[in-house]
Design a binder for this molecule. Structure first.
Ligand SMILES: Cc1ncc(COP(=O)(O)O)c(C=O)c1O
Length: 380
């Protein structure tokens, strides 16, 4: 199998699984229990919190363990909007966010918030001037993703943070789910107030993640209950999950330090080779793209049929749009690039991990070339 769908999820690292199993076997107490057994579990959670904080360069108290990206994004966006609604009712996001950001904004719009959706350019990048023009004294939240999950575009987080910082009533949330461990981001320097992570995107386990919430900030709790995790995320803390998040963060930083240049080389090679294939339109930007994502379209072909052809050779990729018998569903992200419906309806994403090899990339390219040729012939 050649797995090129690492933006959907990564294979859990063995050491992450081992630490999860060990903690679940030996330290399964409720970390809030007052007895010693509970205390030991609590200490493990605090150690994981401090490790995660140190990797992110923030305070230990600023880490809230959650069940992953969707939960972190929902808590950050709705929690801030509800908590600070008395300060203003304007919130800003981009037009190419993941549904776990887009949908909460839509829910807030239905509940009386005024939402500005920032457009993106051909590369999928927002303009900081558009953001400057959109900001008002009523703006209480801006949420912009670090790396786009479909096309890999990196947003100018530091510049965005500098603009928002001029508005003391406004908070800055970053969906860091595709960026962490692949594209560096200094949360403090970029004036980020809230930052979401999901461990299954970096060799951790599904259903685990965290939300960074700057110390001074309060967030209305979406789940009322036992007031765990600074009252931001009630519910018995998943001890083994929290430990495994910190472990996955450490593992992924080790891989980053060891293999980033190899991944970057493979990414450039893949990008160059794909852009030379007849019938392919590149969607990922050439510059300012995360090193693990390459997205392209095959406007004259059906991307679902293409993906199935690759699957026959055990090559797993992702099409970012679903297909129905009559009309092709469009990728919302690629649509926003303004390249037309044919391109938006035929996108394909390849996403690498630090485990991906040059040989796998070369085999995949060969099969991609053959499949495009074969499918183009069949259409004639
Ligand atoms: C950019 C981005 N945000 C949020 C999520 C949701 O994360 P999770 O699967 O942990 O809920 C994803 C997952 O695909 C993502 O790519």
């Amino acid at each position: 199998m050649i797995y090129l769908d690492n933006s959907a999820t990564t294979k859990p690292d063995r050491s992450v699984l081992e630490s999860y199993t060990k903690i679940s076997t030996d330290f399964w107490a409720n970390p809030s229990s007052m007895h010693q057994f509970g205390g030991e579990a609590g200490q493990l959670v605090e150690r994981a919190r401090s490790q995660a904080a140190s990797i992110l360069g923030v305070n230990t108290s600023e880490i809230i363990f959650t069940s992953g990206g969707t939960e972190s994004n929902n808590i950050a966006i709705k929690g801030i909007a509800i908590q600070y609604a008395n300060r203003g009712n304007h919130i800003i996001t981009s037009k190419i966010e993941h549904p776990s950001v887009r949908e909460p904004f839509e829910q807030l719009a239905e509940n009386g918030f005024r939402v500005t959706y920032l457009p993106v350019d051909l590369d999928g990048r927002i303009s900081v001037d558009d953001l400057k023009n959109a900001m008002t004294e009523e703006t209480i939240l801006v949420s912009v993703m670090h790396v786009n999950n479909e096309i890999g575009t990196i947003q100018p987080i530091e510049e965005i943070g500098a603009i928002i910082n001029k508005y003391p009533k406004c908070f800055f949330h970053v969906d860091g789910i595709q960026g962490f461990g692949k594209v560096p981001l200094d949360l403090v320097k970029s004036k980020v107030d809230l930052y979401s992570l999901s461990a299954h995107k970096f060799y951790g386990l599904k259903g685990t993640g965290l939300l960074y919430v700057r110390d001074a900030i309060q967030v209305a709790s979406l789940l009322a209950g036992g007031n765990q995790e600074r009252r931001i995320r009630s519910g018995t803390v998943n001890v083994a999950g929290a430990v495994s998040v910190a472990k996955a963060m450490r593992v992924s930083m080790e891989k980053y330090n060891k293999y980033l240049s190899k991944m970057k080389e493979m990414h450039s090679f893949l990008y160059r080779e794909l852009s030379e294939i007849n019938g392919i339109v590149m969607n990922s930007p050439l510059a300012g793209c995360a090193p693990h994502i390459v997205n392209f379209s095959i406007p004259e072909l059906n991307n679902e049929v293409f993906a199935r052809t690759l699957e026959e050779k055990q090559i797993y990729v992702s099409t970012t749009s679903a297909c129905s018998s009559k009309t092709r569903a469009l990728s919302k992200v690629v649509s926003e690039l303004g390249k037309g419906d044919k391109v938006a309806g035929s996108s394909v994403r390849l996403s690498l991990s630090f485990e991906t090899t040059q040989e796998e990339i070369e085999t995949a390219l060969e099969v991609i070339r053959e499949s495009i040729e074969k499918l183009s012939e069949l259409k004639k």
